[in-house]
Structure formats: C-alpha cells, structure tokens
Ligand binder design. Sequence first.
Ligand code: M6R
Length: 602
Amino acid sequence: MCGIVGFSGKNNASEILINSLKKLEYRGYDSAGIAVFEGGNIRIEKSKGRLADLEAKLSTVGEPNGTCGIGHTRWATHGEPSDVNSHPHSTARIAIVHNGIIENYKVLKEFLIEQGRSFQSETDTEVIVQMLDHYYTGNPISAIVQTLRELTGSFALGILFADFPDTIFAIRRESPLIVGVGENASYIASDVPAILQYTKDYYLLEHNEIAVLSPYGTSIYDMHYKKLDKELKTADFDMEAAEKQGFAHFMLKEIHEQPTAVKTTITPCIENGLPNFEGMDFSKYKKLFIVACGTAYYAGVVGKYVIEKLAKIPVDVDIASEFRYREPLVGADDLVIIISQSGETADSLASLRLAKKLGACTLAIINVKGSSIAREADLLLYTHAGPEIAVASTKAYIVQISVMYLLAFQLALVNDKITENECTEYVKLLQTTPEIIEKMLENKEAVQYVSSSLVNTESLFYIGRGLDYALSLEGSLKLKEISYIHSESYGAGELKHGPISLITRDMPVVAIATQTMLFDKTISNIKEVRARGAKVIIVCKEKTEIDADVADYVLYIPDLQNDLLNPMLTVIPLQLLAYYTSVLKGNDVDQPRNLAKSVTVE
Ligand code: M6R
C-alpha cells in the first residue's frame, strides 16, 4: 500500500528520493517523508498530505543536503493521516520507512513500554524502529535479524543507522521491494517505475533477504549472514511508459493504450490461428475457480460466463478475501486461476497459497513481472498492459478479459465443445477488437456529453443481464471509485426484488443491453425504472432501435456480429463515463481519495 524508496550514491539524495516517490504516489498519498544523512546526522522531514505538501515544506525549510537517504509515501493503516504518524519513524540512532503491516505490534509495543521506551505515533511501524534500537549494539545486521524474528506480518523496510552514514539496510517479507543498481549508486523501491529514470537494472529481493546499499555497490545476505549471488534483472519497459505523454491523466492515457495492450497480450498466446499456452494442458480439470479482488474479480466474472458457455466446465468466481476464509471445496482435479494486475494483492496471494495447500493446480494471470503471485503460482500467464499508474484499473482489466477469452476458446477446444474452425473464428474476432477500440476512442465526445448529466447525481444504478451484468459490475466500480458518486450494480432482473424501491427521478440508471438474446428482457426492466421516473443511459450495439421513451441517452458500441465478445468493447464507454464524470467534478482522477493501487494488506 505504501511506497518506499532509498538512494545511496554521489548525487543529491533529496531530489532523487522526491522524484522516485512521485512515481509511487499511486500506492498511497496520505503523507510523505524523507530521511537523509546530512553532515553525519540523519535529518528527517515529513508532512501530512501529498508529496506536493512535503515539497512545499522543503522549499521553506530547505531540503536535507546529503547523498544517502530513504523516503516514504503513506496509505494510512494504523493511525490517521497526520504529521506524527508519517514516516520515516525514528529513534536517536535509527530511522526507517515501512510498507506493510505488523500484525503483532500491540504485544511488541507492550514489551517495549515495559523496557522503558515511549512512543510518539499510533503506527505499527514505530514498534519496528524501537525494536531495532532495543537490539542494536553496534552491528546493524544482527539487530535486524533479531528484530525480524519478533515480527509477524508483512513488511518491506528501508533503514538508516546513524553510525553507518551513506548506507541503507533493506529487508522484505511479503511486501514487495527491489534493489536498483546504477553507476556509483544504489536504490531501493517498492516498484520498478520509481527508479526507471535512474536505472533499469535491479535485483528482486526475496523474503527475509537483507540488502546493504552504499555508493560502492549492493550486497545481499540471507538471515544467516550468508552473502547471496542474485540474478540482476533488467526492466523491459522504459520511463516513457511511466509518463503521461501529453494526456491530462494517467487514466486517460491508459484507456488509450488498451488496443496495444490487448494486441501485445494475446499475440504470444496465438499460433496458427489457435490459442497456444505453451505446454499447459487444460484438458484435465473438472472444475475451475477464479479468485481475485476488485476489477480483477470482475474480469473473472466475465471469464465465468464465457468459459461456462463455450467450454461447459463449471466455474466458481470468488472474491479473494472470501475465498481464503470460506473453506472452499477445492481439490486436485481443479484449476484455481488467480487474476491480479499487481501480483501483490494480499488476499489474492493468500488464496493462491491456500489453493496450493489444498492440492489444486494454480494458474496466475498477472501484469507485474516477478511479483509474488507470479513467482509462487504453478502456471503463469503474463498480461502485457505495461505499468498501470492510475489507481482505477482500465487497461489491466481489458487484457485480463482478453486472456479469459483465449482460455475459454482453448478449454472449449480441448474438451471438444467447439471445432478447430470455430475456435479459429473466435480467435480472429478477438484479434479484430484492438482496431475497433482504437476507432471507438476517436469519438469520445458522446460519452463526455453524457457524463455532464451525471455530475450532480448522488446515487445511481448500473444494470444488465448475462455478460452485460458482468460489465455493469466493472462500470459501477469505475464510476464510484473516481467520481465518489454512490453506485450499485444489479442483474437487471433483480431490481424488482428490492432495489427498485430506491428508484426516483434523482436516481439515474445506466443500462447495458448488448446481448441480443437478453435484449427484450433488459428493455422491460428499463421500462420499469422509467415508469418510476429514472433517467436512463443505455449502452447498446449500433443500429439498435431505442424508442425515445426508453432512454434519455444512448451510447453505442460497434456490432461485432457475435455478442460473446461484446465486453471487449462495452467496457470503453463505461470507463470513459467514469473518467469524464470524475474530471467534470474536479476530482483527482489518478489518485482518488482513500484508495491505493496495490493492496498488500488484508
Ligand atoms: O493488483 P490487483 O489486480 O490484484 O488489484 C485488485 C484490486 O485492488 C483493483 O482491481 C482495484 O479494485 C482497482 N482500484 C479497480 O480499479
């Protein structure tokens, strides 16, 4: 959730830390802070609010002058966003930044208080720095190892010891951390984009590995002080991919990147017109489970509809935070698919581990290379959306559903539910979608116009049936997370079982009606809400006749001549509707309140 960075080298550490934190603000933006060695002492500057607030403070008090330091951007868990709860946290001899959660912090805090220590903040993090101080007798690694033995939970830490100027000590368990390698410079960061402006080379730190960084290089040790020989990795995307490139927001840029993202994701999985998953045998599974959170979960809902329809294999879709505790009936004949953009989502990772423990085969569909879920799954499919910076997921969703389609085609083929010719036709159709999306994005104005009708709305519904219902879930989430308008999604047929009592003139309804088979049924449901005064926005296929008394606004998608693949297109107006509504309301589109991009805590 939080973002941490560190730099040890020969240049201005404050500047490098702030620049790197700017690339991690998507992970949290409740407060920011840095600690830098200045004249042999550790100087800490921190502030509640966004990085811009810290920068404003630094321009008044002057930035710390040094060449080694650590930095943090916070998504508050323990303690409200405030100056005192901001990181870095410190004692007279040690300063730390932390991403993660210390589950046993209360017990440790009581112990430390008994030892005569006092605490300034409400955070779990302060327990770590006090514990390090408790064990520190001149040997940092020894203090770190002893402290690690006491900690339960997830963490990535950047640590400065006042006795070791220009050196950063870093460690991770569960929470992600990379160690960047430059010329006469070493870096730590929660994510690769943070340091891309300085270097593309990095080590992935594994659980319980300790890195010691100085301008002269980096050494990595295990918990027994054994020096490790790690593989140096090179990022396969550059700074450009992590910049806005003239778009007003990352979200808009990422919406526009979708055609390329889909093409780049599906192309390696297609050979001779058929899906090709390099040696993965999908013919043996009796049942599938798809487990994920948020938008990735909604991609799984599309997957369920498509796989069950084509391959006739039962699919359960679960929210990861439910799956991991509901004692799911998963066994050796099942395939458990974990979908995640970041590959670090705590509940999804725990679900993966549970599925493995229960004997199932696990397949991860992940966007971030080398992430925890990617490394632990039995089978792995990468999506190639590139770095997704906006908190609201767009291109990650569309590549996830494009993989769901390819999987469904493959499962249907290997289970003899479709012929090779039919499979080729489906694949061909999927391959046409990037170009069609490209054209749809040339005509965004219609959606922008409809958005203006939602700006003063307090609450609305998204409805649909079948695959349109799956899309209404994603459309509703997108709108609520960035526009702050209360929004719920319902299967259109479900309205009259309760929710319709909320329909008034002030409750707009976004109705998705792209599935020919279900069209008349959805129109009947629309009429029911119209009769109660609701303003209606319909999303349907072009050339669909919509009577003037049925809808106030109509948003058309091109007709693919096969409704099964409509979600690839339907999602575009839904994303744009959320985007423009948020812009018109003057919200922070890319960093909506209370949210973080990567949810590495339960
Ligand atoms: O990284 P993941 O795909 O595992 O993240 C899952 C959700 O946290 C994520 O999709 C979230 O719902 C987004 N903010 C949606 O836009």
